[in-house]
Design a protein around this ligand. Structure first.
Ligand code: PEP
Length: 252
């Protein structure tokens, strides 16, 4: 029986006005007392991070970015760095989300650089890995996840993983309403842990591996009951405080 503390992280993506975000944060704060075990995290768009910092001050809710630039500072118009996120109070940052990989051309090498930049800034990267539908249908799920994982481990070393979180997000389940079955998810989570254990069993045992892909209150309990699923990375359902809190409660 593992004693890994579950994490439920909300990825707001590019959503929310100031007023909507303040209301969402207020709703999360109001229901937080019902969450017994999970570390609750929200990842708003960059511009809403100061609002989250203000609203979440003094609460147990951590917050983070959805992306960062691999450089610390300089002539990188439109980008935000790890030290900037840290300066605004972020604890976490999502790295290598499939939307970043597919829409913004982030390669495994870029993702590995960003992972390192996050840790160099004192942030905990939430590294997303996962296969497309075509890759799953071609029986490439494990090969793809291994490639994405290995690229990062080769760059930063296995010793960097205790300060990181992995999120297994099958691309075909993100924002589609189509969730991996608990068994499908568990199989890949176990594969991830076993692959890390081949390098360091202790690191693998402590590693939090979150599931992401259309997780909601209605399916969270079954997914989170799997032995190698240590929480969730939640997109759409994290925009509703009650729904998000219900998932947080299901994690523990
Ligand atoms: C995500 O974007 O990380 C995600 C899991 O989205 P959704 O929950 O909407 O599928």
């Amino acid at each position: 029986m593992s004693n890994r503390q579950p994490i439920v992280a909300g990825n707001w993506k590019m959503n929310g006005s100031r007023a909507e975000s303040a209301a969402l944060l207020a709703g999360i704060k109001q229901g937080l007392g019902t969450v017994k075990k999970a570390q609750v995290v929200v990842c708003p768009p960059f511009i809403l991070i100061p609002l989250a910092a203000k609203e979440l001050q003094g609460t147990a809710v951590a917050f983070g970015g959805q992306n960062l630039d691999a450089h610390k500072s300089g002539a990188y118009t439109g980008e935000v760095s790890g030290p900037m996120l840290k300066d605004f109070g972020c604890t976490y940052v999502i790295i290598g989300h499939s939307e970043r990989r597919s829409l913004y051309g982030e390669t495994d090498a870029v993702v590995a650089e960003k992972f390192k930049a996050a840790q160099d800034a004192g942030l905990v990267p939430i590294l997303c890995v996962g296969e497309s539908l075509a890759e799953r249908e071609a029986n490439q799920t494990e090969a793809v996840v291994a490639r994405q994982l290995d690229a990062v481990v080769a760059h930063v070393g296995i010793g960097a993983l205790p300060n990181a979180v992995i999120a297994y997000e099958p691309v075909w389940a993100i924002g589609t309403g189509k969730t991996a079955s608990p068994q499908q998810a568990q199989d890949v989570h176990k594969f991830i842990r076993t692959r890390i254990a081949a390098k360091d069993a202790k690191v693998a045992d402590g590693l939090r591996v979150l599931y992401g892909g259309s997780m909601k209150a209605a399916n969270a309990k079954e997914l989170l009951a799997q032995p190698d699923i240590d929480g969730g990375l939640i997109g759409g359902a994290s925009l509703n405080a009650e729904e998000f809190l219900a998932i947080c409660r299901a994690a523990g």
